[in-house]
Ligand binder design. Structure first.
Ligand code: OAD
Length: 252
């Protein structure tokens, strides 16, 4: 493992355009449950009943009560972990260009990452189903379910539900990053939901080194990933950071 950490640190220090792709696993150590695997949300609920846009339009109150309200509470209580902080530090040192995240929790920005592409949107904002007005979640009256816009329309989190498209500008920016990327860190994603799961393949086609951090193998492991760093995001990022810091110190 230590050899893989060293190789990862070296790849990052030498990279010109390193990018990270993160998923729910990156926020597990912040107390936010994942979607799949042990303790995952989809073990307890059917995503087609609570996370599909048609289900929301059919019965917004049900989706707010079953899924959104609870998620909102967990996200509000969460703070960044060592994995988020490590990625922010890599960006600050100039070794990481951007983070593409499937997470809606805002924890990369809270940790200090500046260039974050929120591929699946964000729970920090609500959008009205009727007039399309956006409003910051902390300004919305959440004591009334479903919460309503001043026009009377129902608010929904400004995230991507199943059955919705990724906004074209986010997709385009992500494709551009993959087309130039020389190292892709894939942190805490099961790599099963498209089109995010395509990003490592696009990076690989560009010739990037794909480095995966996850306690469990994924469909990328051993096929697309060049290195598989098996472990939790926080501990593995701490080790990578220590190794990068040592390389920086030895070149000064
Ligand atoms: P998943 O819940 O599918 O996968 C979580 C991943 O995190 C798994 O591969 C775990 O092995 C890994 N993991 C567990 N503990 C970890 C730790 N401490 N450190 C790092 N990794 C850990 O989450 P995503 O891949 O993000 O979409 O799911 C993708 C999309 O599916 C989500 O954005 C969401 C969901 O349906 C929408 O809501 C549109």
């Amino acid at each position: 493992m230590q050899a893989l950490i060293q190789k990862t640190a070296k790849a990052l220090v030498q990279a010109r355009n390193a990018v990270a792709l993160t998923g729910a696993g990156a926020s597990i150590e912040s107390g936010i449950p994942p979607f799949r695997g042990p303790g995952g949300l989809w073990e307890r609920m059917d995503p087609m009943e609570v996370a599909h846009i048609d289900a929301f339009r059919r019965d917004p109150e049900k989706v707010w009560r079953l899924l959104i309200q609870g998620m909102q509470e967990v996200l509000t209580a969460a703070s960044p972990n060592a994995g988020h902080r490590g990625l922010a530090q890599l960006e600050q040192w100039g070794y990481l260009q951007a983070v593409i995240t499937q997470n809606v929790d805002g924890l990369h920005q809270a940790a200090g990452s500046r260039d974050v592409i929120e591929f699946h949107g964000s729970f920090a904002w609500q959008r009205c189903l009727d007039c399309d007005r956006r409003c910051e979640t902390h300004r919305v009256d959440l004591s009334r379910i479903p919460p309503r816009c001043s026009c009377g329309g129902i608010y929904r989190p400004d995230c991507i539900f199943f059955g919705e498209l990724i906004p074209p500008q986010l997709l385009e920016r992500s494709h551009q990053l993959m087309a130039r990327c020389d190292v892709l860190l894939v942190v805490g994603t099961s790599a099963t939901v498209q089109p995010a799961a395509m990003m490592p393949l696009l990076a690989k086609e560009t010739g990037a080194r794909v480095i995966e951090i996850n306690p469990e193998p994924t469909p990328l492991t051993g096929r697309i990933s060049d290195f598989f760093l098996q472990g939790g995001a926080g501990a593995v990022m701490d080790d990578i950071l220590a190794s990068v810091a040592a390389m920086r110190a030895s070149t000064v």
